[in-house]
Ligand binder design. Structure first.
Ligand code: PLP
Length: 242
């Protein structure tokens, strides 16, 4: 198989796995949005993914994303998702180029995004990134200690009150574990946090849960993911690793 054929086959396989995981958990097959994670891959690979039917693409770095967004504009332009840590000085470029930011991980970034989003027509949707495991290498608000969730209400209420950055849900990454099943309690923690926030901050719907990657997306969907972020299982290993 050539590269494009392989990507097409991979995409179909992953879409089937998503549909089956939805079925197992009594959810509509359309309940989960697939974001193809393209970091590290060249534009030709992204074209093949779009040709195969990918509608949503995710990037980790603002500048790498901007070059690809410019190259893939026009009729079949995908919807772009920022999924990596955004430095404050990149906040402007992030809100101008991405429809969704899954990695809103501080009040400082939120304040800057709000300012630029206001200038740019209030179009950006954001998910609050949560650290469900306590791993120090992970970004996100610390949500691993469930008896401290009350402490999250003040900052999350500030985020919920933004006028231009629309808070639509939560995002997380489970730890890397040898068995996907072992990630389940971490996904479940995010679901419980979502329910807690629904009752305590009802001004936001808390509709979206962005969780699940190549290694663990089926478990994430069974737990309630509405968005999965999948790279390697569709595009193959990233050139140069990483
Ligand atoms: C790279 C990345 C993914 C995709 O990982 P794969 O293992 O390639 O599926 C998902 N989410 C985030 C935040 C990432 O950085």
């Amino acid at each position: 198989m050539n590269g494009a054929t392989q990507i097409h086959a991979n995409l179909v396989r992953v879409q089937t796995q998503i549909a089956q995981a939805c079925q197992r958990s009594q959810r509509e097959p359309g309940a989960v949005r697939l974001i193809v994670v393209t970091k590290g891959h060249p534009v030709e690979t992204l074209r093949a993914a779009i040709q195969a039917g990918a509608t949503d693409l995710g990037e980790n770095y603002v500048e790498e994303g901007m070059a690809k967004i410019a190259a893939l504009g026009g009729e079949n332009a995908p919807t772009w998702h920022m999924i990596g840590h955004v430095q404050s000085r990149k906040a402007k470029a992030a809100v101008e180029n991405f429809s969704w930011v899954h990695s809103l991980d501080s009040l400082k970034l939120a304040a800057r995004m709000e300012r630029f989003a206001e200038e740019y027509g209030c179009k950006v949707k954001a998910l609050i990134e949560c650290n469900v495991s306590g791993e120090e290498t992970k970004f996100g608000f610390p949500v691993f200690a469930e008896d401290r969730w009350e402490d999250l209400l003040a900052p999350f209420e500030q985020l919920a009150s933004l006028r231009c950055v629309e808070i639509v849900g939560l995002m997380t990454m489970a730890p890397f574990l040898p068995q996907a099943e072992a990630a389940r309690p971490f996904f479940h923690r995010l679901v419980r946090l979502r329910d807690f926030l629904r009752s305590r901050i009802p001004s936001v719907e808390w509709r979206e849960l962005s969780m699940g990657m190549s290694a663990d997306f089926e478990v994430a969907i069974e737990e309630g993911a509405t968005m999965v972020r999948i790279g390697q299982a569709i595009l193959g290993p990233r050139p140069g690793g990483g």
